[in-house]
Design a protein around this ligand. Structure first.
Ligand SMILES: Cc1ncc(COP(=O)(O)O)c(C=O)c1O
Length: 390
């Protein structure tokens, strides 16, 4: 029986997809947690945007089409409907719009945030103190993880919103969003999962994750560029959540051009903002298509297997790993402590091994274009620089 076209393309993982990404000709790239590698396809898409601008001036209709193409690509990624996805210019913009829709007054004025939230989420939460909110931090246990029970202890009938990042940008821990959401919903609170460090590498299914809002962006595992994000919002909440932080692309009729009222769109588009980030849309749709062709479940399996290899090697080196060994509690990011992180990142960079750091930790990020050889190259270098590992 002939293999269907879409199945054939699923094999594009590891070495089979690397030709798309020129950086691998000169570097061992393990920094997708900062920025995904540039592909030929994304470059061509951005050049297409420039070409269209040159040839036709304002390609307004095509921009709007790209905006909707991106919305539906994200819907596909999250197993959701397009109508439940907002196209945002950043996680910050989407989360700010979401939080602006919460009353945060009276008895239910608390925002619970994990210690592993990205700064923008913490800062937006604390900004709401100016509106009368209280912010409660959930800290990690002795093993560095923040389990659902720790969240549950912080959640009560005063909680309006619980922010639990799907995957920590600074330790690699994956949160049990589903169990956290159960605890939050039992107390009548909403749940926001910032999935920036997971989307594109870890399967996120809105039908089972339990969160009320899921946000992320295209810079990392979705292989696009800056200025573009998304926020899925549970459909039952659209009507009740009325953002006061808004813009004309969030209106029920963008082309009404009315300055006389505020009529937010009935769908999650009410969390959109102003003119869409056009160049980033071209890049985002192209990057997402590469991820979609391989499929996130296959990518997840691949990055977890690479993670196993890396963790085995780090154990042999006697390194202090902060990311859990259990594959259900980690994703594409492995973090390991250093005695001098700046020196370690620089030493690796001098060997064209591209990694990043947070605090005293080396961050090693794995994606579908990484292969065993990348791990072995890194481990060999770390063995040479063993003194810089804690
Ligand atoms: C977990 C997480 N959230 C959010 C962001 C960025 O947010 P924004 O799109 O607002 O710049 C990052 C970027 O590094 C991130 O890792």
């Amino acid at each position: 029986m002939a293999t269907p076209q879409h199945i054939q393309s699923e094999s594009r993982i590891g070495l089979a997809v690397r030709d798309e990404f020129p950086i691998f000709e000169t570097a061992t790239y393990l920094n997708t947690c900062s920025q995904g590698a540039l592909s030929h396809r994304v470059r061509e898409a951005v050049e297409g945007w420039l070409g269209g601008w040159d040839a036709n001036g304002a390609e307004w209709d095509f921009w709007v089409e790209r905006n909707e193409a991106f919305r539906s690509s994200i819907a596909g990624l999250l197993h959701a409907r397009s109508d439940d996805v907002a196209v945002t210019t950043s996680v910050s913009q989407g989360v700010s719009a979401l939080v602006s829709a919460l009353p945060l007054e009276g008895e239910r004025n608390r925002i619970v945030i994990s210690e592993y939230e990205f700064p923008t989420v913490g800062q937006i939460a604390h900004a709401q103190e100016l509106r009368g909110a209280e912010v409660v931090h959930v800290t990690p246990g002795d093993d560095g993880s923040i389990d659902a029970e720790r969240f549950a202890e912080a959640i009560d009938e005063r909680t309006a919103l619980v922010c639990c990042t799907a995957l920590s940008y600074r330790s690699g821990h994956r949160h049990d969003v589903r169990s956290i959401a159960e605890a939050a919903h039992a107390a009548g609170a909403l749940v926001l999962a910032d999935s920036y460090q997971a989307c594109g590498a870890i399967e996120l299914d809105t039908r089972s994750l339990g969160a009320d809002a899921i946000t992320g962006g295209t810079v990392k595992y979705l292989l696009g560029t800056a200025g573009l994000g998304f926020m899925w919002v549970r459909p039952e909440l659209h009507e009740t959540l009325v953002p006061t932080q808004t813009g004309w692309f969030a209106d029920e009729d963008i082309f009404a051009m009315s300055i006389a009222d505020y009529s937010p769109h009935a769908s999650a588009r009410r969390f959109d903002s102003g003119t869409p980030p056009v160049p980033a849309l071209y890049a985002g749709v192209a990057g997402l298509s590469l991820v979609a062709e391989t499929g996130v479940p296959a990518i997840e399996e691949h990055v977890l297997a690479l993670g196993d290899r890396l963790l085995d090697g780090l154990a042999e080196l006697g390194a202090t790993v902060v990311t859990p060994r259990d594959s259900a509690r980690r994703g594409p990011l492995v973090c390991v402590r250093s005695t001098d992180i700046a020196a370690l990142v620089a030493a690796l960079a001098s060997e064209r091994i591209v990694v990043s750091s947070r605090e005293d930790k080396l961050r090693v990020a794995l994606h579908f274009y990484n292969v065993d050889e990348d791990i072995d190259t890194l481990l060999a270098a770390l063995a040479r620089h063993r003194a810089l590992l804690a």
